[in-house]
Every structure is written in C-alpha cells, then in structure tokens.
Design a binder for this molecule. Structure first.
Ligand SMILES: Cc1cc2nc3c(=O)[nH]c(=O)nc-3n(C[C@H](O)[C@H](O)[C@H](O)COP(=O)(O)OP(=O)(O)OC[C@H]3O[C@@H](n4cnc5c(N)ncnc54)[C@H](O)[C@@H]3O)c2cc1C
Length: 524
C-alpha cells in the first residue's frame, strides 16, 4: 500500500540535510533542500581563494567506526576519496627539545586486543598503575556497551575519573586532548558519555579508531556528489535560500509553509529541519513553544570553535596523520600538505589547526590569533618554528586564514542528552535531523549522516501509515457506499512556491529578523 512520492522540504544543506534528501530520494520521495548560504556543507563547507588555496570550516577526519558514512561513500561511488592513515593515535609532546609524539600503535589483531596492545605498548604517557586503573574503569563500557554508556550522561569526564580513583595525570595526559577533540571543551565540562561513546566504538570495532581524511575540499569532494545523486533522482537543491519563518496552520498547528527571504513561501507535504539547533530555536513558531519537544531545545546551544590554516615557506617535519596537540589553545591539527591529496605540496607545509575551547579568543583579531598559535607551535616544533617571525633560520608564515564558527556543535555537558529531539516531532508534518538530534553517535559527521537517514525513514513511515489509514477509511466508506472508488495514494501537494502576499491572512506574520550566521573567513 505504497503512497506516491511525497514532497519534502528540507531546511539546511549541511551533511544532515543532504543525507536526509539522499535517503528520501532512495525511498522514492521528492525532497527540496533550502540552504541559507551560497555553498553546501554547513560545518564541513570549504572554499577556494584566488591563490587556489582552500579554507575549511573545520579540520575533519572520518573514523572506521562511521558505518553510515562508509555506506554513503559506497552509495555515491566515492569510497576511494577516503585516505586511510596508518592505524595510530599520535599525541604531541610539547616543550621537548625536539618535535616528539607519543604513539599508540594499533596492531592488526581483533578489537579490543588491538586497543589493549596499543595502550600497553605506549610507554610515553602513562605509567603501568595508571594504565591498569584506567583499564579497570573501562571494563563495564566494553562489557555492557551502549546501555552502560548512556547511563554515564550525568557526569563530567573529570568527575568520572575521580569517582573511579583514576589519577589526575591520566586526565591531564590523555583525556584533556580527547575532550577538546571530541567536544571542543575541557574535561571539567564535557559529559563522560561523549568520551565513552567514542571509546566504546574503538573497543568494539577492530578498525573503529582508524582515521581517514577526505582527499580535498569537502564541499566539492563530498557535497557535490551528494547533490548530483539527489538531483539525478528527482530532488532539488537551492542555495542562498535562508528560511526566515515557519508558517503554521491555525487549525491544527501543522506547518503551512516556509517563508524565505524575498517574501517567497515554499510548501510541501512534509518539512524536515536540518539547521543547527541554534537556528531552529530562533524559528520555533510561538504556537509550538510550550511543547516540551521544543522548549527543551533551550538546553542545547552551539559552542564557538575556530579553524586556523597556516601556510609556511618550507616543509615542516610533520607526519601524515591527525595529531592531538595536548596544548592549552589547540585541539587537533594536521599538516594538510601531507595528509590530504587535494592540498599536497612537496615544498611547503600547511598546518590546519582547531582552536578549542575557543570562547576566550573569539573577539581577538586574526593577527592576535596567529601570534598566540605560533607561541604554541614553538613548543610543538622547537627546532623549526619561532613565534618571533623575525628570527632567521626558522619557518616563515606565508599566509594564514582564520575561520570562526560562533555556534558550532552543541555543548555536550551533562544533563542535556534528554533534550535532544527525536526525528519525529509532535507536529504531524514536521521532522528533525541534524547532528544534535537523537542518534547514538556524537555531534559528528557520522551523527549528521545517521540523523538524516533516521529523519527520512520517519517521514516515509509516517507517510505510509497515513496512506494506509486513508485507504482503510475509504474502504470503510465504500463498504457503506460501493459507488466510491478506492485509491491508496494520498492527495499530494505540489511544491508550491508563491509570494507571501498570497498566503492565507491567518498565517501571515511579520518576517523574522534573525538570519543564520555563516562562518566568515579572513585571509591576510
Ligand atoms: C571545527 C570543526 C571540526 C570538526 N571535526 C569533525 C571531525 O573531525 N569529525 C567529525 O565527524 N565531525 C567533526 N565536526 C562536526 C561535524 O562537522 C558536524 O557534526 C556536522 O557537519 C554537522 O552537520 P549538520 O548538517 O547537522 O549541521 P550543519 O553542518 O551546521 O548544517 C546546517 C546547515 O543549515 C544551514 N542553515 C542555517 N540556518 C538556516 C536557515 N535559516 N535556512 C536555511 N538553511 C539554514 C547552514 O548554513 C548549514 O549549511 C567538526 C565540526 C567543526 C566545527
């Protein structure tokens, strides 16, 4: 009893919106994606400058434990664009006389043995008693998996370690870097659940912690093939299309349409939010605000993060992998001239660095950010970089760009997990994707892709159930009156785009003044 294609309006062209549209066309529906900015990708968006150099919103890596991302790459026929690195985790050792890393080497044996060997054989960071105490603490996560992990939502990383008597040094040496990498905040704030979700996957899956870089600009190398896939199957994507207001039917509070800039209204059968949580909060109509599903969103808020690209005049002695910096300002970094084919350069290094927690630095100028970063890089590359660029014999900065994202992924602090919205909302024709929506992965690319799949499934299931209910209704009517013809296909809306002046008086309201905040890049 399959309904015909539903017209589904998707708000936001980041990874979750594109994944929603991809899974909707797979299910035979017709999505239209409305993206506020001129380029697709949201937090994975990247752009090329006049020199041909690329700036990214964030340094991104994929993990072996990203099954939905891997399936997506396979479906798009672009799996060869993932550049898998040696199965290692590298932690920088700042402040040494030479550039040094502590290396966790994962041998090619099944999980969790490979993780065990990696931890035990790394003599650099933790003592044997520290390793033992940490290992004992993690046993329940391995034995009870996701159900145990979900119960650890109420405590911070710091509290979890203290409750188990795990020495502070373990937090300082390993979990400070991991917290900053996973949630862009420190262990005193980050929910332990966030760390355990990642560790649990690494302990359960042999290649779970193996890292891959995309081979170039994510907007071109991942969003473009997604766009083609969606368009070839009847979907539509529109950029420069900010949604300004969700219009509500006064009779039942369902969505009547979306008001865009320029007074245009787009209507469909269903609507899927794929904007970040801060964008959605701004657009929740007054009629929905009292519903816990929407009022709980107030507990979720995006946190600031910064992504810096520094081009040097020479090659640094870096490695072809992601590095956890273990320094106060920086989270992770990579030499993209080594790690990413699309940015390969045999003559000069380009370090891409994530700055987190970034709140104290957001108001600083780009030059100040560069200077503070160079001071940390001096600790990480003691023989190659000096913060004082006048000193001869050291690497010189040729150019840099600083990309600020004032509200990035939601702040994963204890007590907010329950506020994450399910893909199916209490409003019949409104659904929610986005990395912040309820799914078992972190606010990550995998989480965003999975959320889109779940949202598309929720739309399809609801549509099918509605069609079945209608045809059952019609059958019972026919039983009463055999002259009535039965059809299993519900009446479909066309995508209606029309001027706002033509929408019914009762749903006409003032334009919202809130606009999405695009990440701005500054090249100096
Ligand atoms: C610096 C940084 C590094 C990261 N590193 C990693 C990593 O290594 N690995 C990993 O897995 N994840 C990483 N992430 C997280 C990952 O990028 C996100 O979880 C994921 O991309 C979120 O996708 P999304 O579609 O949910 O949201 P977004 O990417 O934010 O997409 C939302 C889209 O909605 C659009 N929008 C907003 N308002 C409107 C409106 N009114 N109308 C229409 N459109 C609107 C936005 O422009 C945007 O395109 C990183 C994030 C950052 C910021």
């Amino acid at each position: 009893d399959k309904a015909g294609p539903a017209k589904v309006v998707v708000m936001g062209g980041g990874l979750s919106g594109l994944s929603t549209a991809k899974h909707l066309v797979d299910a035979g529906h017709e999505p239209i994606v409305l993206e506020a900015r001129s380029l697709l990708g949201g937090k994975i968006a990247a752009w090329t400058d006049e020199d041909g150099d690329v700036s990214e919103t964030g340094l991104h890596v994929f993990f072996g434990a990203y099954p939905n991302a891997m399936t997506l790459f396979e479906n798009l026929g672009v799996s060869d664009r993932l550049q898998w690195k040696p199965h290692q985790m590298l932690f920088a050792k700042p402040g040494r006389p030479t550039r040094e890393f502590a290396v966790f080497d994962f041998p090619n044996i099944p999980a969790p043995l490979n993780a065990g060997v990696a931890i035990l054989s790394c003599a650099d960071m933790l003592t044997w008693p520290e390793k033992l105490q940490l290992g004992l603490g993690l046993i329940p996560a391995y034995l009870f998996g996701q159900s145990y992990v979900e119960k650890q939502e109420g405590v911070t990383v710091q509290e979890w370690m203290e409750e188990r008597g795990i020495p502070q040094r373990v937090t300082d040496e390993v979990f400070l870097a991991m917290s900053k990498a996973l949630g862009f905040i420190g262990p005193k704030k980050l929910s332990m659940q966030c760390v355990l979700i990642a560790l649990n996957r690494f302990l359960q899956e042999t290649s779970g912690s193996r890292i891959a870089f995309l081979d170039g600009n994510p907007t071109e190398r991942l969003c473009e093939p997604l766009k083609e896939y969606i368009e070839q199957r009847g979907g539509t994507l529109r950029t420069d299309c900010p949604v300004e207001k969700i219009l509500v039917n006064p009779s039942d509070n369902t969505v009547a349409g979306l008001l865009l800039a320029g007074n245009e209204v787009v209507s469909g059968d269903y609507y899927v939010n794929a904007m970040p949580v801060d964008g959605l909060k701004r657009l929740v109509p007054p009629e929905w605000k009292e519903l816990p599903y929407f009022s709980n969103l107030q507990k979720l808020r995006g946190i600031p993060v910064m992504n810096l690209h520094v081009w040097f005049d020479r090659k640094l002695s870096t490695v072809d992998n992601l590095i956890f910096s273990r320094s106060p300002l920086l989270s992770v970094y990579a030499d993209m001239s080594e790690a990413c084919n699309g940015y390969a350069d045999s003559e000069r290094s380009m370090l891409e660095l994530v700055l987190a927690p970034a709140a104290p630095y957001m108001q600083k100028t780009d030059e100040e950010i560069l200077q503070i970063t160079l001071q940390e890089l001096e600790q990480l590359f003691p023989q190659e970089i000096r913060a004082d660029q006048e000193i001869d014999g050291y690497a010189k900065v040729v150019k840099f760009t600083c990309v600020r994202t004032p509200t990035s992924v939601y702040e994963t602090v204890p007590g907010v997990d329950d506020a994450r919205p399910l893909q199916q909302s209490p409003i019949d024709n409104f659904f929610c994707a986005g990395d912040f929506s309820r799914q078992k992965y972190l606010a990550s690319m995998e989480g965003a892709i999975l959320s889109g799949k779940l949202a598309a499934t929720a739309v399809s299931d609801f549509d099918l159930a509605t069609a079945s209910a209608r045809s059952a209704n019609q059958l019972s009517e026919r039983a009463r009156d055999p002259k009535i013809a039965v059809t299993s296909t519900p009446d479909r809306t066309m995508f209606i785009t029309k001027p706002a002046s033509s929408i019914p008086k009762e749903v006409e309201e003032e334009l919202t003044s809130q606009k999405p905040e695009p990440a701005a890049a500054t090249t100096v």
